[in-house]
Design a protein around this ligand. Sequence first.
Ligand code: AMP
Length: 114
Amino acid sequence: MNDCVFCRIAAGEIPARLAARAEGALAFHDLNPRAPVHVLVIPTAHLGDAGAVGGDAHSVWPAVMELAVEVARREGIADAGYRLVINSGSDGGQSVAHLHVHVLGGRRMTWPPG
Ligand code: AMP
């Protein structure tokens, strides 16, 4: 997936501000943060969206979600609270076709989303 920007970040081919890494998952700061803390957590192997997880990729959810929770701790937002968001597919507002979890915090979140 040479044309996938998040695969290229995982491969170290394009720069990103790394937040954490774990077996099978990587966390880096969003280029266009929507909150004081805005980190993206990706599986290092390419999966297009949430629907691609399953079968051989069944270990992706624990790797990605555990790193997301760890990022919240490291970024100091775990006690105040935070939001984990997965935009999946076009109606879900996904703009980068590599599964990612947004870790958002550092301010009070609104609900419902727009
Ligand atoms: P989504 O709209 O859910 O697909 O989220 C994609 C996110 O990726 C957006 O918040 C973008 O700001 C972010 N993004 C796109 N390219 C990069 C990049 N090279 N480094 C960090 N974040 C990026």
